[in-house]
Design a protein around this ligand. Structure first.
Ligand code: NAD
Ligand code: UDP
Length: 313
């Protein structure tokens, strides 16, 4: 039975990854310090004999007994709100945390996979974004703590691949949503759905012409799983995202329609400088190398997410 370590295992995406790995017959060890995660996300796994949870800051040195076949380094705050409140923690988990996780993979001869991000492309000047694009990042801007530390992670991972021989795989996640997102994490999906369900104003930041492309969590996790099964030659980075692109104004209108909300759509100032004006993945590599394509439509994914949030507002 393969054994997988998932850092950040009590988080939104990582907890879904734990579910998928268990369904594939893996034994799973999840590590988390609850910086942005919640034990609620893994409560359903507590009696599963194949699942172990360890409260651990993955920036600190740690050891694990037994064999490990895969290390999925998923730990990191991800909401732009956290770029101001958890700036240092973000830098640390994407530097020292990545280093500790790589050392674990090296010691156990495990495959190492890392959750990188479309934010490595910054405010992109190429559209849609292929993996070959080096990006347009402001290193000293408010978003720099996230963007640059993920870029540092990618460089460190490639060094471990080139000079230590670790089988490493980088995937760049584009905006992904679904059940278990935190209603108050500040990202656009929980914000708009929460506001619409409560009947509050739906807050579009800036002009609302900026775009994002939203991927449903089950599709994303399927892409990560496929990548884990790829041979050593496949190192990525590989974009994982849904190319269905919306302006934030269109997105607000869509959520208002799906929730049948009476909320008004209002404009507020942008909350972070350097907010990317457009973002859409070029999925050619994922399609050709992994045979992966997102399957869940935006409407179906949003309906499932709205149902989840109905129980939380
Ligand atoms: P999340 O905040 O729900 O999950 C991250 C988890 O990491 C949390 O449970 C948190 O407590 C944990 N964590 C943070 N620092 C830690 C540390 N030092 N030690 C142990 N655990 C720690 O966020 P998410 O949206 O599920 O994102 C998961 C990963 O995917 C992150 O690496 C993020 O950068 C990446 N990502 C997500 C998206 C997205 O759209 N959701 C997009 C791009 C990249
Ligand atoms: N946004 C918005 N209203 C909100 C929250 C976010 O208009 O209440 C915008 C934000 O400015 C950005 C986009 O939605 O242009 C996506 O923001 P999010 O925080 O979800 O993630 P990002 O893609 O910026 O990392």
């Amino acid at each position: 039975m393969p054994r997988s370590v998932v850092t950040g295992g009590a988080g939104f995406l990582p907890s879904h990854l734990c579910d998928r790995l268990l369904a594939e017959g893996h034994e799973v060890v999840a590590l988390d310090n609850f910086l942005t995660g919640s034990s609620d996300n893994i409560a359903h796994l507590k009696d599963n004999p194949k699942f172990t949870f360890i409260e651990q800051d993955v920036c600190q040195p740690y050891e694990l007994d037994g064999d490990v076949d895969f290390v999925f380094h998923m730990a990191s705050p991800a909401s732009p709100v956290d770029f101001t409140t958890k700036a240092i923690e973000i830098m640390m988990v994407n530097s020292e945390g990545t280093h500790q996780s790589l050392k674990l993979a090296l010691a156990k001869s495990a495959v190492f996979l890392m959750a990188s991000t479309s934010e490595v492309y910054g405010d992109p000047l190429v559209h849609p974004q292929p993996e070959e694009y080096w990006g347009n990042v402001n290193p000293i801007g408010i978003r720099g703590v996230y963007d640059e530390s993920k870029r540092f992670s990618e460089a460190l991972i490639m060094a471990y691949r080139r000079f230590k021989g670790v089988d490493t795989k980088i995937f760049r996640i584009f905006n992904t949503y679904g059940p278990r997102m935190r209603l108050d994490d500040g990202r656009v999906v929980p914000n708009f759905i929460g506001q619409a369900l409560r009947g509050d104003n739906i807050t579009v930041y800036g002009t609302g012409t900026q775009t994002r492309s939203f991927c449903y969590v089950a599709d994303l996790v399927d892409g990560i799983y496929r990548l884990s099964q790829a041979p050593k030659e496949v190192s990525g980075p590989i974009n994982l995202g849904n190319p269905t692109e919306r302006t934030m104004l269109e997105f607000a209108q869509e959520i208002k329609r799906l929730t049948e909300s009476e909320s008004a759509i209002v404009y507020e100032e942008l909350k972070t400088a350097d907010d990317p004006k457009q973002r859409r993945p070029d999925n050619t590599k994922a399609r050709e190398i992994l045979g992966w394509e997102p399957k869940v439509s935006l409407e179906d994914g949003l309906r499932a997410t709205i149902e989840y949030f109905k129980g939380k507002v």
